[in-house]
Design a protein around this ligand. Structure first.
Ligand SMILES: Cc1cc2nc3c(=O)[nH]c(=O)nc-3n(C[C@H](O)[C@H](O)[C@H](O)COP(=O)(O)O)c2cc1C
Length: 261
């Protein structure tokens, strides 16, 4: 096993949701931006942008729109990662690209997906960079809810859609290493050559450590679930926030794949 500063950094990352009441110096934010930008992107086109939200009132609004998560209002820095096709569509139009060819592959799900890939890869670069700088971070999946209000709040054009969001801050009460959350065994996640359907026993076995944790912490019982599948089905798949995510994300993804008017 290779042991160095980078492997230790990756092996010890956890999400951080509680932050010190202290801002992040501009110099550090700038370094975080530069490191984040080193992320790979399709064709190096960087089909992504970030909207940085530092204003406390705006962060309160986001906390409300993103499933009332208090940590968003309390974090000193919020980055909203956009899959941003808009800037290239503008650039194409302004550079006289129309009429250069009669090929018609310019718009659609492929572009949208690539831009989402770019944005998510950049986001994970930011997570690792933040940790290297001593900052904590946490994703906020609920950022894809309430598309109408988010579009209005951020003045989003049709072809710049929210891919994900991250909150950052100086971790609170960090004495010693944090507890790592369990993961499935490598053999369950990594398949060879073709897709491998799992048996019920394999599914149960792979998630056993996570289930034990949920049972010990009383979270299974609190939801009336007998096992981890019932827990996630009740807690996530059939929740009100999932219904809102499905509605909201469907609207902006579909609009993004359409040709500019
Ligand atoms: C796409 C995505 C969305 C997430 N959304 C939230 C969220 O809305 N609120 C939250 O507290 N944590 C959120 N998380 C953090 C996960 O809960 C966390 O990564 C997971 O429990 C594993 O814990 P760890 O990151 O500490 O290893 C999200 C993570 C990802 C990757």
């Amino acid at each position: 096993m290779i042991d160095n500063e980078t492997t230790r950094l990756l092996a010890s990352r956890t999400s951080v949701r509680a932050f010190q009441d202290k801002g992040i110096d501009e110099e550090i934010v700038e370094q975080l931006k530069t490191l984040t930008q080193r992320a790979p992107s399709a064709g190096n086109m960087q089909y992504w942008s970030v909207i940085e939200v530092t204003d406390p009132d705006r962060r309160k609004t986001l906390a409300h729109l993103w499933d009332n998560q208090e940590m968003i209002a309390k974090a000193p820095l919020v980055w909203i990662f956009l899959a941003d096709l808009e800037k290239w569509y503008d650039h194409f139009r302004l550079s006289g690209c129309q009429g250069l060819t009669d090929r018609s592959a310019a718009y659609g799900w492929g572009n949208t997906h690539l831009a989402l890939q770019d944005a998510l890869i950049a986001a994970q670069n930011a997570v690792v960079a933040a940790q290297a700088l001593g900052l904590g971070s946490c994703y906020v999946g609920d950022c894809i809810e309430n598309t109408e209000q988010m579009t209005e709040l951020l003045k989003l054009p049709r072809h710049a859609i929210i891919a994900t969001a991250l909150i950052f801050g100086w971790p609170k009460g960090q004495n010693g290493p944090r507890n790592l959350s369990p993961r499935c065994p490598n053999d369950f996640i990594f398949m060879k050559d073709t897709y491998q359907k799992r048996t019920f026993e394999e599914l149960e076995e792979a998630n056993k450590e996570k289930e034990d944790l949920l049972r010990r912490s009383g979270r299974l019982k609190a939801l009336g679930a007998d096992n981890i599948a019932q827990y996630y089905y009740l807690r996530k798949h059939t929740s009100a926030f999932m219904a809102e995510m499905n509605r909201s994300a469907g609207i902006f993804m579909k609009a993004c794949a359409e040709e500019p008017q």
